[in-house]
Design a protein around this ligand. Structure first.
Ligand code: TTP
Ligand code: MN
Ligand code: MN
Ligand code: MN
Length: 361
């Protein structure tokens, strides 16, 4: 092929029926890889990813020369193309999943301004997600996570002074950044825990530190042998984390903030808050468990997600034990296996103990 007749990436037709796709082509290695990714997305029932990988592979099959660099592919349809970029942008918003993003794309939504025009159609979760998306798309640092931890501790101890709080999720696995901060809350006396999240939410709200929250009540019926559903009492929140230089940080209990600070926190979108922001929106998950389930919840909420999936698959297939974040059920003996520590759970499962830092699967 001469340079003149070479199909440039930017000229590649979008529809496969508009282009020639031979059986033998120039990009076999990369299309094989993309098709493996597509198949795995298909089995995970991820339609958008399945379609994305399939389309990217198909486009590269039609390319009349061997791709020399990734950069060369960026103008190709479906290869980091428009649809995928918009869907990636939309799913980046808290409360927006792949299906919603797909539907919006079909409805003509292409950017955040488009989305703001239809704010009345959004859920409360999506409205907060959109309002704070700049902050929420930034990674949470370990230092910020620790300050969130201090805020959570100070808040909960107002109501239950000897409450137990553990940071879980990625930070417990040793990550230095995360998309949120996860906490597990417990107490030897279960009664001490009842109403605690409501109290904490109420107090944070009066301080203007809560930008969004969704409380999920505990559903004890779900603690069944087969359910993989997590039914702990949970609070999914977005907090306004005061910056480290803010007077709030040194002693939250003594409110030294002036009325301007309070105004800024209560009305994050107000214009005078733009140049001197004293807080950052951070996603926080608070999970309450009775002591008896604490070890299982700790194992379940430490992750990684893939590690949890593998652990449950292994337990069921190899040991006939059904594991979730409430307990471990022996399907053959028809009984729950109690555990006080993660080490005991690994023992039940016949596995060598892996510390959180080795669970980044
Ligand atoms: P995430 O906070 O989603 O993930 P992460 O902390 O590993 O990573 P990141 O730094 O991006 O925040 O979830 C933490 C663990 O909690 C994960 O193993 C899955 C578990 N989990 C549940 O068990 N139930 C739930 O409803 C959710 C959302 C998470
Ligand atoms: Mn997390
Ligand atoms: Mn989380
Ligand atoms: Mn529970």
């Amino acid at each position: 092929l001469s340079a003149a007749t070479e199909v440039r990436c930017s000229q590649m037709p979008t529809y496969a029926c508009h282009r020639r796709t031979p059986l033998n082509h120039h990009n076999q290695t990369i299309t094989n890889a993309l098709e493996i990714l597509a198949r795995s997305a298909f089995f995970q029932e991820s339609d958008v990813r399945y379609l994305g990988f399939t389309r990217a592979a198909s486009t590269l099959k039609a390319l009349p020369y061997k791709l020399q660099s990734v950069n060369q592919a960026k103008d190709l349809p479906w290869c980091g193309g428009h649809c995928m970029i918009v869907i990636q942008l939309l799913t980046g918003i808290y409360g927006v999943g792949v299906r919603t993003a797909q539907r919006w794309f079909k409805e003509g939504i292409r950017n955040l301004s488009d989305l703001k025009t239809m704010e009345c159609k959004l859920t409360a979760e999506q409205v907060s997600g959109l309002r704070h998306c700049k902050d929420l798309q930034q990674q949470v640092t370990l230092e910020e996570a620790e300050r969130v931890g201090q805020l959570v501790k100070d808040t909960l101890q107002r109501f239950v002074p000897d409450v137990h709080i553990t940071m879980t999720g990625g930070f417990r696995r040793g990550k230095e950044v995360g998309h949120d901060v996860d906490f597990l809350i417990t107490h030897p006396n279960e009664n001490a825990l009842s109403g605690l999240l409501e109290d904490a939410v109420g107090w944070l709200e009066t301080q203007g530190l809560l930008l969004y929250h969704h409380l999920k009540k505990r559903k004890p019926a779900l603690r069944s042998a087969s359910s993989s559903m997590d039914s702990h009492e949970t609070c999914y929140a977005i907090v306004a984390l005061p910056s480290s230089s803010s007077p709030w940080n040194t002693d939250i209990e003594v409110k030294k903030c002036n009325s301007e600070d309070a105004e800024r926190i209560a009305h994050p979108e107000s214009p005078n808050s733009l140049n001197s922001r004293t807080w950052k929106a951070v996603r926080v998950d608070l999970v309450v468990t009775p002591q008896a389930e604490h070890a299982y919840a700790l194992l379940g909420w430490t992750g990684s997600k893939h590690f949890e999936r593998e652990l449950r698959r292994y337990s069921l297939r190899e040991k006939k034990l059904s594991l979730n974040s409430h307990g471990l059920y022996d399907l053959e003996k028809s009984c729950f296996l109690p555990a006080q520590t993660e080490e005991e759970i690994f023992l039940h499962l016949g596995l060598q103990y892996l510390p959180p830092s080795d669970r980044n699967a």
